[in-house]
Design a protein around this ligand. Structure first.
Ligand code: ZN
Length: 165
């Protein structure tokens, strides 16, 4: 239910796993304990099951802004922790893309200087383009946000398909 929040946490550089549907609550709780993960959920039953086993933060229903505020308060979360160092889809740390792949990203698509990075897991290429700048604005605690970002969910800006390595 908090899959979107997982993507934002990864975008900020936090090692974040999302539980698949159908996994029993006690299994989720046990995994958090074993991997010393903090369980973020809006499921009160799961939170109750995991209490005493793992650290739990109950995130009330709401959007990105509410979630960001709750996590900043509960966990002293830094949304600028290590931005854009981790694949938002599968949590794998990004690596510098091989030069031949990086060269396939047109210069005009890169609105900020920075290296093209690649996820070795899914082959996604990422680079500091417009979506990165918008997310940085969004994640910064006190920065004003562009109007078009207020309602929308994060738009993955990476390339798949023909640019997958
Ligand atoms: Zn990936």
């Amino acid at each position: 239910m908090l899959r979107w929040l997982g993507k934002w946490l990864r975008a900020a550089g936090y090692d974040t796993m999302t539980a698949e549907g159908g996994v029993p609550d006690r299994v989720v709780a046990a995994r958090c304990a074993i991997e010393t993960r903090i369980l973020l959920t809006k499921d009160r039953h799961l939170a109750a099951t995991a209490k005493g086993v793992a650290r739990v933060v109950l995130v009330a229903a709401g959007g990105i802004d509410e979630g960001a505020v709750v996590l900043r308060a509960a966990l002293d979360l830094d949304w600028q922790h290590a931005p854009f160092t981790r694949c938002i889809l599968d949590n794998r740390p990004l690596e510098p893309a091989p030069a031949d792949l990086a060269a396939r990203v047109p210069e005009r698509l890169r609105s900020a200087a920075g290296p093209v990075q690649r996820c070795a897991e899914c082959g996604r290429l990422d680079w500091p383009g417009g979506h990165v700048r918008r997310m940085q604005l969004r994640l910064a605690p006190s920065s004003p946000r562009p109007e078009e970002e207020r309602k929308g969910r994060m738009q993955p800006g990476a390339v798949t398909g023909p640019l997958m390595g």
